[in-house]
Design a protein around this ligand. Structure first.
Ligand code: ARG
Length: 661
């Protein structure tokens, strides 16, 4: 037996060794995004019992994970990270947290993936041990220590110390077959997490503007992604539905529609109604006084005032719902008013813990690291936006038991939210190491003149008008292309909505949300470049290929099980690898919440597909007769795999593809 091999060890150590191996295996699986937390061992006193218990648990979960992960896609990048992690560990056992960098290669001559850790390790060796080792030498040592695996064909050292990785053809081919047989499935997530997403969140009586549109689109897509990854998502509309503005709105309602309690008031244009009441509030002393009284009565939950408040909210709700219907948004309403009852306790909690200072009658809370304090109670005893956000934070953490909270809110509110989050940590509601609370901020929407997005006359653009204009322009475009001559009226209508709303969403999602973005119908409806119009066209074309070859779904499904996906042509190989990058793209977005990466990827997939299709015949036809002489089934399968991944990508982005366009 080799020295240290398992069977010459005493039983206790044998068990420990086995645990070590299992733990390593489990760690590997975890990096594919699998597996939950191991059980607590607290009740178990006896060391031996503990070991046995853990061993059994690990064995069982390993089995479960193995059976699960056969069906799901593999994140090749983290798979390689695992392998190189192990290689680095073996080559430099006493380096702590060595840098682990694996990326897809930009050019075929650099292989399929690259590991670029050698440079970093060289610097660490120099800094911490004053050892001068050239990165190339380190790269060689790492390469020599690569453990046995199923995905690497060979590695080459290039340049100063890059390790170029060539994947095995049969590995890629098998992954693609599995994708066709099992559908797109992300690696299992381990413990299913509770994710709370705060998005859209417009304000009652004020117009929902393009900023809210961004939040709505990005938030919806974020929810879809987390749901697809297997998490439990709570979609919350933090409506601005409470506050002093309701005093003047109710007072005005009483004047304009005195019988509002029995006859539903035809408010119609709530914006105009808001403006009128604001003007009266600013000019009529008597009215102003009454508005204040109305606030007090509303806050004390007087039924007539609650009714008036509800009537006003309903008008807005209906408007918002129209937009949500157009854009296929799912969200539940939980506005600021929902937290009203909790705010008293929030103030008390901060007071009890000694965090409150009184300033000019206001109750304020300073949070370390933030120059501006939170105002948790105004001098008139009312609560603020700060108070309702503190209450919402606590509720989401302690009642909803959220593991991940995401706020899709414009960058302008960054300081407000960061202060609220820091206050939550300060008072002990959560530990950022355990719970993730993130502000998914986004920039402002600009007009084509690069100024704030406005109508020609300088008013804010009403969202519903914007959506309608999108519809009109999409139809013009389809007619330009004479699609109305080939599609049935129903097909044309489906194409119109798919293009219009798809383009509006995609234009938003395809820009890095942190930047401002320029809203341009012309750009978003262009069917060249990285737009939904281009992708939707590409998708229908791919879907049509099998149809033209008279291959139906059943035949494809059968072929997926029987055919080997040959990847001999350079363009087949490129496409195959591109398709399989889907899980690593999504898993990255689950970390950084930057959805444009998915758009960039889908665009790359579509262009890679076009390259493939231009140089590889899927269906060969007789030049004279046009009759099909040969169907290259494995290529049709590549088309199918591309379409499957694209469809899933569209779904996450909230874009509805159509069969014909
Ligand atoms: N209603 C707010 C606005 O229109 C957005 C609310 C965002 N969410 C939050 N929890 N503060 O600006």
């Amino acid at each position: 037996a080799r020295v240290g091999s398992a069977h010459c060890l005493p039983p206790q150590q044998h068990q420990e060794n086995e645990i070590k191996l299992l733990t390593a295996e489990i760690e590997r699986l975890k990096n594919f995004g699998c597996l939950g937390v191991s059980p607590s061992l607290e009740g178990l006193r006896d060391e031996n019992a503990k070991l046995k218990y853990r061993l059994n648990f690990l064995k069982k979960s390993l089995q479960e994970e193995r059976s699960k992960s056969v069906k799901s896609m593999i994140n090749i990048n983290s798979c390689l990270q695992e392998i190189f992690g192990a290689a680095i560990q073996a080559a430099y056992p006493d380096l702590e947290n060595p840098p682990l960098v694996v990326t897809p290669s930009q050019q075929p001559k650099f292989g399929d993936y690259q590991c670029n850790s050698a440079m970093g390790i060289s610097q660490i060796l120099l800094k911490t041990r004053e050892q001068k080792v050239i990165p190339r030498e380190i790269a060689e040592k790492i390469a020599k220590n690569i453990p046995a695996n199923e995905c690497i064909e060979k590695v080459e050292i290039a340049g100063p110390g890059f390790i170029n990785v060539h994947l095995r053809k049969d590995f890629v081919s098998k992954q693609l077959s599995s994708l066709l047989i099992n559908g797109v499935q992300l690696p299992a997530v381990g413990k299913r997490k509770k994710v709370v997403v705060d998005f859209s969140s417009p304000n009652i009586a004020k117009e929902m503007h393009v900023g809210h549109l961004r939040s709505t689109i990005i938030g919806e897509s974020m929810c879809r992604l987390f749901e697809f990854a297997g998490h439990d998502v709570l979609r919350l509309n933090h409506l601005g539905d409470w506050g002093t503005q309701f005093g003047m709105l109710i007072a005005h309602l009483q004047d304009k529609f005195p019988d509002y309690l029995t006859v539903s008031p035809p408010i119609g244009d709530l914006q105009a109604f808001y403006k009128e009441s604001k003007r009266r509030f600013d000019t009529e002393e008597e009215f102003k006084k009454r508005a204040y009284q109305c606030v007090v009565l509303l806050q004390s939950k007087n039924p007539d005032f609650i009714k008036a408040w509800n009537l006003i909210c309903d008008v807005s709700r209906k408007e918002f719902q129209k937009i949500y219907n157009c854009l296929d948004i799912t969200i539940i309403e939980r506005g600021e008013s929902f937290y009203h009852e909790m705010m008293k306790d929030i103030v008390k909690e901060f007071e009890d813990k000694g965090f409150v200072q009184v300033d000019d009658g206001r109750k304020i809370v300073f949070v370390p690291g933030f120059p501006v304090p939170l105002t948790i109670m105004k001098s008139d005893g009312g609560y603020t936006y700060d108070t309702s956000d503190l209450a919402a934070l606590k509720h989401r953490l302690c009642e909803e038991k959220g593991d991940i909270l995401i706020y899709v809110v414009d960058s302008g509110q960054s300081v407000h939210l960061q202060t609220v989050f820091a206050a939550g940590q300060m008072i002990g509601w959560y530990d950022p190491k355990v719970t993730r609370v993130a502000h998914a901020a986004f920039g402002v929407v600009l007009g084509e003149d690069k100024k704030k997005f406005k109508t020609r006359s300088g008013d804010t653009v009403r969202l519903i008008d914007l959506l309608e204009e999108g519809l009109k322009r999409a139809m013009d475009k389809l007619k330009d292309k004479e699609r109305d001559k080939v599609l049935t009226p129903e097909e044309l209508k489906a194409a119109q909505t798919s293009v219009a709303f798809g383009c509006i969403k995609y234009a938003d999602l395809s820009h890095n949300r942190l930047n401002d973005y320029v809203f341009s119908f012309d750009k978003m409806l262009d069917d060249r470049g990285n737009t939904a119009a281009y992708l939707l066209y590409a998708f229908t074309r791919i879907r049509a290929i099998a149809r033209l070859a008279n291959i139906d779904e059943q035949m494809l499904r059968k072929a997926a099980r029987e055919e080997v996906l040959v990847l001999d042509h350079e363009k087949e190989w490129k496409l195959g690898k591109c398709i399989l990058r889907f899980p690593e793209i999504l898993q990255k977005i689950l970390e950084d919440l930057l959805l444009h990466t998915l758009c960039d990827y889908l665009y790359e997939l579509a262009t890679t597909f076009t390259e493939f299709y231009d140089s590889c015949y899927c269906v060969e036809k007789d030049r004279q007769t046009g009759q099909i002489v040969k169907v290259n089934m494995w290529r049709l399968l590549l088309c199918e795999a591309t379409a499957t991944v694209m469809a899933k990508g569209f779904d996450i982005l909230g874009i509805k593809p159509v069969q014909k366009m």
